[in-house]
Design a protein around this ligand. Structure first.
Ligand SMILES: *[C@@H]1O[C@H](CO)[C@@H](O)[C@H](O)[C@H]1NC(C)=O
Ligand SMILES: *[C@@H]1O[C@H](CO)[C@@H](O)[C@H](O)[C@H]1NC(C)=O
Ligand SMILES: *[C@@H]1O[C@H](CO)[C@@H](O)[C@H](O)[C@H]1NC(C)=O
Ligand SMILES: *[C@@H]1O[C@H](CO)[C@@H](O)[C@H](O)[C@H]1NC(C)=O
Ligand SMILES: *[C@@H]1O[C@H](CO)[C@@H](O)[C@H](O)[C@H]1NC(C)=O
Ligand SMILES: *[C@@H]1O[C@H](CO)[C@@H](O)[C@H](O)[C@H]1NC(C)=O
Ligand SMILES: *[C@@H]1O[C@H](CO)[C@@H](O)[C@H](O)[C@H]1NC(C)=O
Ligand SMILES: *[C@@H]1O[C@H](CO)[C@@H](O)[C@H](O)[C@H]1NC(C)=O
Ligand SMILES: *[C@@H]1O[C@H](CO)[C@@H](O)[C@H](O)[C@H]1NC(C)=O
Length: 895
């Protein structure tokens, strides 16, 4: 009774209102207009009854604030709507499901209502609207086929909306199929609507009429969903296998693949004939409208729909994996789940009228905005900028809104007691403030009151000179406040103020590469507690200890089908799914949760595993040395049977070196360019100049003149100069000199040997005069020079190879293998050349003056009197024909 009484009062008020109305005729009487959905899953058809009342049928609405009502405004923009006024006292303060309402206008006539809106004055939110023409709409059939049927019911229906269809069928409690048939144009428009997260696809299509039992195989489906940027898509797919779309090595395509992939390319557009018409995500509900021909020209990958016949249709909901460089199409993942909840089939005759969708779809999680958690890191403030409004959560809104860390109007989570630092660079005229007012833009200007927690007119800046704002939420800060611009309403969004969180539980935190993952940790005596949080929606989050995915220990957190958070450990030794080997590390305090699609996982593990033998026993964390950490995120993970579909879709570009003791991190520089330059210099020195110089000294002596000597000296000196530069370059870029590695040991040895050469060349005893027996000193010197030089080359070449190995272990061996082979080939060619020259010189020695030769290593043609070290030394002519000494052929040591 108590409930009926106010209702009666309400009705009587309405009745009296109606009496006040002068029953003016209106030219709009009898016309029907679709309500445009803006928020809260609003649908319905408004019918103008007469000059002062209208009715709404099929009215669906999710509850807004208790103040929501029918509203008259001059336009659909924020300014006009704010200036509008209510048209009736009727409150839209509850859920409406397929209801019929009759509303009387209060003190207002139709010509004062260009826009009839559903408006929530408490939050300045528009839920939906109808644009009313001032003259009756001309509804004579359009010359071109209109996207809407001209069935008898819609003679007077204008403003047809893309969210409205003739038919609707419930597929599962969270998934609906809507459609309108256009038999005369051989087409059908299909609306897929599901209360799922934005990373889900919606699939619907016709099974092959030739198969006996309903089967996915050979069915023609449309896959619809949203890209990571939030743009809708709908694509024509064809199913040949119960698997994700895979391209085999021989070019065959199998699985759930786009029609266009089977055909290779689609120049004439014959197979790509599912056409997106419209799509949006509102209140956690995905809605996509697409168009397809009933009987399509593509007979291979499309099922012809006979609209008068019962046909089997199939549907599914599941996670989608965004395209990557290897597979440039959306990959629907296995839907899993119970039948008729996440997949199903039934018989459908599209020409039958069906409507069993009662009321609006009510998603459990209506929050679609990105979530940003402020962790009180003073060195990485939240960057506040402004940008175009693409998916602002509370329309209507200005065309420019606030972005935080490059995300549009995200939800911001802060902790009481943890300071938040903003770097405001949103441009002049956009000043940030934290307020209790959900609309912002200085509530005083709207005669409202607000509490300002931080910021004000001076909190504005541009990227060149950002202004900083520090805000400390305290015990008295309410759970929900707003960040807004002081000068314009509705540019910002909500701030959630919470008690405690990862920041309080962990002593340290750093952002990993790309600022997409935050790593938290606390060190204790022999264990470490680690938490990782993805700053982006994903199906799983993985962090790895290692400098790349290959050869890393990985920790993967995900929420399984039953909703339980899981963390598993792996050892990865390759780039495909087969190389991900589960390990059994002893993790304690394991937690994993997904909130708004943001995954957070935590675990505690010993610094040094208490086992031996297995791979994971080598996963030792030494807090005194930097720990290299990488990350990856992807659509779906599973405990068993990992496959290609579990591969990540985004990953870190480079490891971050986390200094566990200091609590800081530095990005690992990509040293490849540095190492490439160093490697090239060393190759020129050790692979070309120094051996070339030795060859010149050994095999060019028979050439007349002192050319060989000049060549020898120039080559060796330039080689040594390049070595010197190469070492300096590497040491400067690597900021240090680490004697620990094999490569550096070889390199240093070779360099010392090489640098010894010019020194002992300087100290060399005088060359014997012609015919003289060389002094013992000279002989020793020559041996020394000879041996040191060749040793230097051998060690230098070893250093080249060890450098390659080093590079391979650092950046994956596949890039380096080719270079290593090329280097081996080079060395081989060098060796063969030396052998050939050796052969020639032996032959020459035998053919010519067999006794020609010199005891000393340099024969008498040697002319080091043209001394490059001491050019003023006297030039001693030598007689090339005088020779009676034996030449001792010492085998080159490096061959
Ligand atoms: C309203 O329209 C009816 C018929 O459509 C007409 O008889 C009546 O005179 C009109 N009244 C006014 C006030 O225009
Ligand atoms: C209000 O709406 C009218 C009509 O749509 C439009 O001409 C006008 O520019 C709007 N006012 C503002 C401030 O946008
Ligand atoms: C909605 O508003 C009406 C009229 O003010 C009131 O009687 C009713 O209790 C309200 N319902 C809810 C759910 O708040
Ligand atoms: C299919 O055609 C539409 C335009 O009609 C185009 O936007 C889309 O990229 C095409 N899809 C493929 C996979 O070629
Ligand atoms: C559709 O099916 C009906 C029988 O249900 C048949 O008479 C008609 O020829 C079929 N139409 C086409 C285009 O195949
Ligand atoms: C189509 O299916 C409905 C039930 O789903 C059935 O009642 C009807 O007889 C079927 N029509 C034909 C032509 O098979
Ligand atoms: C919605 O209401 C109309 C008339 O009030 C009725 O014909 C229709 O079946 C209802 N739809 C549902 C899904 O209940
Ligand atoms: C809001 O506007 C009023 C009136 O213009 C002004 O007095 C007040 O200082 C403004 N508030 C802030 C926080 O700037
Ligand atoms: C985990 O703990 C068990 C028992 O304490 C031990 O046998 C096993 O080797 C440990 N494994 C690792 C990876 O530490």
């Amino acid at each position: 009774m108590a409930a009926i009484l106010p209702l009666l009062i309400l009705l009587s008020i309405q009745a009296s209102m109606a009496e006040l109305c002068h029953r003016k005729n209106t030219t709009l009487a009898g016309f029907e207009f679709d309500l445009a959905m803006v928020q809260h899953q609003l649908r319905g058809i408004v019918r103008v009854l007469d000059g002062c009342s209208f009715s709404v049928r099929g009215f669906d609405l999710l509850p807004a604030s208790p103040a929501a009502r029918w509203w008259a405004a001059g336009g659909t923009d924020l300014h006009n709507l704010t200036l509008g006024s209510p048209v009736s006292d009727y409150l839209l303060n509850r859920t409406f499901s397929n209801e019929t309402l009759t509303i009387s206008l209060k003190n207002i006539s139709w010509d004062q209502i260009p826009v009839l809106a559903v408006w929530d004055p408490a939050t300045f939110s528009e839920l939906g609207h109808v644009l009313l023409p001032s003259v009756p709409p001309d509804l004579s059939p359009a010359p071109s086929p209109s996207p809407f049927s001209s069935s008898e019911a819609s003679k007077h229906r204008a403003n047809r909306q893309l969210t409205m269809f003739d038919n609707c069928r419930v597929l599962s409690p969270k998934y609906r199929l809507r459609w309108t048939l256009f038999p005369e144009t051989n087409s059908i428009e299909i609306g897929l609507e599901a209360a799922v997260a934005s990373q889900f696809y919606m699939a619907f299509g016709w099974a092959s009429p030739d198969s006996w039992s309903p089967s996915m195989i050979n069915s023609d489906v449309a896959i619809a969903g949203f890209t990571e940027e939030g743009t809708p898509f709908a694509e024509d797919y064809f199913i040949t296998q119960y698997s994700e779309c895979l391209l085999s090595k021989d070019g065959r395509v199998e699985g759930v693949c786009p029609d266009t992939i089977y055909e290779g390319s689609d120049p004439v557009g014959l197979v790509n004939n599912t056409e997106l018409v419209y799509g949006h995500r509102r209140d956690g509900v995905s809605f996509i409208r697409y168009h397809r021909p009933l009987v399509s020209p593509d007979e291979k990958y499309d099922v012809a729909v006979n609209f008068t016949q019962n046909m089997t249709v199939i549907w599914a909901l599941g996670l989608i994996r965004p395209p990557d460089s290897l597979r440039p199409y959306y990959l629907p993942q296995n839907h899993g789940g119970p039948k008729f909840d996440s997949f199903g089939y039934f018989t459908l005759n599209v020409s039958e009228k069906v409507d069993d969708c009662l009321g609006p779809l009510d998603a459990e999680d209506k929050e679609d905005q990105d979530l940003i958690t402020a962790d009180g890191k003073m060195e990485s403030p939240l960057v506040v900028s402004s940008g175009p409004a693409l998916h602002y959560p509370n329309p209507p809104n200005p065309s420019k809104v606030l972005y935080i860390n490059k995300k549009e109007a995200p939800m911001l989570r802060v902790e009481r007691g943890v300071p938040v630092k903003f770097s405001i660079q949103a441009g002049h005229g956009v000043a940030l403030y934290i307020t209790s007012d959900p609309i912002g833009g200085n509530a005083t200007m709207r005669n409202m009151s607000e509490v300002i927690y931080a910021g004000g007119p001076e909190a504005e800046g541009v990227p060149a000179s950002p202004s900083e704002l520090l805000w400390l939420p305290d015990r008295n800060t309410p759970d929900r406040v707003y960040y807004q611009s002081l000068f314009e309403p509705k540019m910002g969004w909500r701030v959630e103020v919470v008690d405690g969180g990862l920041t309080d539980m962990y002593n340290n935190s750093v952002l990993l590469d790309d600022q997409q993952v935050t790593l938290f940790w606390t060190l204790s005596k022999d264990s470490i507690s680690v938490a990782a949080r993805g700053e982006k929606k994903s199906g799983y989050l993985a962090i790895g200890f290692g400098s790349g995915m290959v050869n890393s220990f990985a920790y993967v957190g995900w929420v399984d089908e039953s909703g339980k958070g899981r963390v598993n450990t792996y050892w990865i030794d390759g780039k495909d799914a087969m190389s991900v080997h589960p390990t059994s590390e002893n993790l304690t305090y394991v937690r994993c949760k997904s909130e708004n699609g943001i995954i957070t996982f935590e675990f505690t593990r010993p610094l040094s595993p208490s086992c031996t033998g297995r791979k994971e026993c080598k996963n030792i964390i030494d807090p005194t040395t930097p720990l290299r950490v990488i990350w990856a995120m992807g659509a779906q993970w599973s405990e068993h049977s990992l496959s290609e579909r579990n591969m990540h879709s985004v990953t870190s570009n480079r490891p971050v070196r986390v200094l566990l003791m200091r609590g800081s991190a530095e990005a690992e520089q990509d040293l490849r360019p540095v190492l490439a330059v160093h490697g090239f210099m060393m190759f020129v020195a050790w692979g070309i100049l120094l051996p070339g110089g030795i060859l010149a000294a050994r095999y060019l002596k028979h050439v007349k003149g002192d050319g060989w000597f000049q060549l020898h000296v120039y080559m060796q000196y330039s080689g040594i100069a390049i070595i010197f530069l190469g070492i300096l370059f590497a040491a400067a870029e690597l900021r240090g000199f680490f004697l620990s590695s094999v490569h550096v040991k070889f390199g240093v040895t070779a360099t010392v040997l090489a640098f010894a050469q010019p020194v002992n060349a300087y100290l060399r005893p005088k060359r014997p005069a012609n015919g003289e027996v060389p002094t013992t000193k000279r002989v020793i010197w020559e041996y020394f020079h000879f041996i040191t030089g060749r040793c230097a080359i051998v060690v230098g070449v070893a250093a080249l190879f060890s450098g390659m190995k080093h590079l391979g272990s650092r950046y994956g061996s596949e890039n380096v293998d080719g270079l290593t082979w090329a280097l081996m080939l080079w060395v081989l060619i060098g060796a063969l050349l030396a052998m050939y020259l050796e052969y020639l010189s032996v032959k020459r020695a035998r053919d010519g003056n067999s006794f020609r030769g010199s005891w000393v290593l340099g024969n008498d043609e040697e002319d080091d009197s043209v001394d490059l070290l001491h050019p003023n030394r006297t030039h001693v002519e030598s007689d090339p024909n005088l020779s009676g000494r034996m030449e001792v052929q010492l085998e080159p040591l490096n061959r």
